[in-house]
Structure formats: structure tokens, C-alpha cells
Design a protein around this ligand. Structure first.
Ligand code: G1P
Length: 294
């Protein structure tokens, strides 16, 4: 039986330059999609996938994330004294959600480096890694889908999706061979090779890595052994390539819709679609959109 995955690492130390000036004094992970910070979507996905511990890798200027997942006595007292029960429940649900540990990445040296910072907190067990910028709407949480594949193959698994050639160079890309699994022939892949942000003409396929991973603890050794790569940063993709020499790694083309909330257009799309789906807002918002002339 493969060891149970109990922990999820959330690298959250990035500077969020794509959202300046909004992110000058506020972490990008706290930008709200409708009324919930981006990072809370990822945390809820992890919890609904059976994860018990969240490890956030943060940096300077990220204390709002810690405050968000902490108890807010003043706010709770105020809401309680004013009899605002519904709001009180919403606020409490966030801090009651789960235990979160924090570790700092002092310098932004890359995703691989951020994951390596979590080494002590993860210990010698498999773990999930969630890039909160990738918000995934799915019937079965994307991470749960990946964990099922991990449990079957007892090997690291990466989420992938097909992306058009013109945007492939923004991603890690896999060269992978489809494997038949549960009667399905086009969801599970055994990875042959992977490369971080290749030129469109050199990309080995159109299967891009999306920010959900199930990793085994050997990845830490591999991260320590790779040199800075794309963007002069220590890349997780390069470490996975190193690990691939000694063990099989799988990719899973997940079911669900992914939004790139780290990008302005992706963020807007997610905001509009999530708002349209809300019971309390959807109808009025849809009517409002219909009145716009463009
Ligand atoms: C990171 C990873 C990349 C992956 C992407 C998914 O890149 O390095 O392999 O495809 O997330 O969102 P970033 O977007 O942080 O540059």
C-alpha cells in the first residue's frame, strides 16, 4: 500500500508583479475571486481531497495570508455582538478549516527552491504540491483525482492539460506515453521526459503541467541536485526530470476547468464565471452583463 498523503505544500512567496499595483502591499494570493481569496480555493480543494496539513511557503509581505487562516477575535466579537450569525460562521469556517504551518522562502529563487524549503515540515512522506494561481473547478477535486492515480501506481503524479501551441512556452511540458487505466486510454500517461518553458517549436507535446503535483520525498534530493534553469531559477520541472532517471513518474489529464488566476485575463474570466454560478449573485449579474454594450 502506498503511504497516505497527509500534507500539501503551497508555494506562496512569489512577488505578484503581474498584478501591480494591487500587489504592492498585498499578496497576490489574497486577491479575491468574487469574495474569497485565490489561495482559499486551493486550500479548500486540498481539504476536500483528504489532506490534513497545509504547509505554506511564504515570503516578506505575506502576513495577510497568515492572518486570513488565523482566528480574528476582534472581528468575531464584533459580529457576535451585532448578531451577524451568518457572517460569523463564514469567518469561523476559514480559521477552523485546517492546521497551517508556515515557512519562509527568503529569496525568490524558483518553484523548486520554494518546495525544498518545506523539506523539514514534510519529512519522509509523500506530499501534494498546489500552485494556488491555478484555480480548478471540478466535480471531483483535481488533487483527489491525482491522489487516486498516485495510490494506484505508487509513484509521483503531475496534473496536465492540453494547451494551444502559442501558449505552450509558459508551461512545463511533458513528453509522455498514454497508458490504459480503468478502461480509459487518454488520461493517464507515463512520462518519458519533461522540460520547463520550451520554445513552442521545441515543445515535446501540447500537454502542459498545471499546478497540482503528488510528490514523493526523493524529490528533495533531486531539487538539491539541479542547477538554476529557466529564468535562472531552481525549477521543480528540472528536479522531476532528475528524479525520472531513478523512478517512473505519471501525468494525469484531469477532469475539470482550470483558470489561470495569476494572469489578468484568466483572473477576470474566473471572476465572471464564478460570479455567474453563485446562487446569490448569478441571476442579477447575468442580467447586468446582458445590458452591457460592447
Ligand atoms: C509553474 C511551473 C510550470 C507549470 C506552471 C503551471 O510555472 O514551473 O512547470 O507549467 O507553474 O501554472 P509558473 O507559472 O510559476 O511560471
Amino acid at each position: 500500500m502506498p503511504a497516505k498523503v497527509r500534507k500539501a505544500v503551497f508555494p506562496a512567496a512569489g512577488l505578484g508583479t503581474r498584478f501591480l499595483p494591487a500587489t504592492k502591499a498585498q499578496p497576490k494570493e489574497m486577491l479575491p475571486l468574487v469574495d474569497k481569496p485565490i489561495i482559499q480555493y486551493g486550500v479548500e480543494e486540498a481539504i476536500h481531497s483528504g489532506i490534513q496539513n497545509i504547509i505554506m511557503v511564504t515570503g516578506r509581505g505575506k502576513s495577510a495570508i497568515e492572518d486570513h487562516f488565523d482566528v480574528s477575535f476582534e472581528l468575531e466579537n464584533m459580529l457576535e455582538s451585532r448578531g451577524k450569525k451568518e457572517l460569523l460562521n463564514i469567518v469561523r469556517a476559514v480559521s477552523d478549516m485546517i492546521d497551517v504551518s508556515y515557512i519562509r522562502q527568503k529569496e525568490a529563487l524558483g518553484l523548486g527552491h520554494a518546495v525544498l524549503r518545506a523539506r523539514e515540515l514534510v519529512g519522509p512522506e509523500p506530499f501534494a504540491c498546489v500552485l494556488a494561481d491555478d484555480v480548478i473547478d471540478a466535480e471531483t477535486p483535481c488533487l483527489r483525482q491525482l491522489l487516486d492515480i498516485y495510490e494506484f501506481f505508487n509513484a509521483p503524479v503531475l496534473a496536465v492539460m492540453e494547451v494551444p501551441k502559442e501558449s505552450i512556452s509558459a508551461y512545463g511540458v511533458v513528453d509522455a506515453e498514454p497508458i490504459s487505466h480503468n478502461g480509459c486510454k487518454d488520461r493517464v500517461f507515463r512520462i518519458r521526459d519533461l522540460v520547463e518553458k520550451p520554445n513552442a517549436n521545441e515543445a515535446p507535446s501540447n500537454l502542459a503541467i498545471i499546478g497540482r503535483y503528488v510528490l514523493t520525498p526523493e524529490i528533495f534530493h533531486s531539487i538539491s541536485n539541479v542547477q538554476p534553469g529557466s529564468g535562472s531559477e531552481i525549477q521543480l520541472t528540472d528536479a522531476l526530470r532528475h528524479l525520472l532517471r531513478s523512478r517512473p513518474i505519471y501525468a494525469y489529464r484531469f477532469e475539470g476547468k482550470r483558470y489561470d488566476a495569476g494572469d489578468k485575463l484568466g483572473f477576470l474570466k474566473a471572476t465572471v464565471e464564478f460570479a455567474l454560478r453563485r446562487h446569490d449573485l448569478g441571476k442579477d449579474f447575468r442580467e447586468y452583463l446582458r445590458t452591457l454594450e460592447y
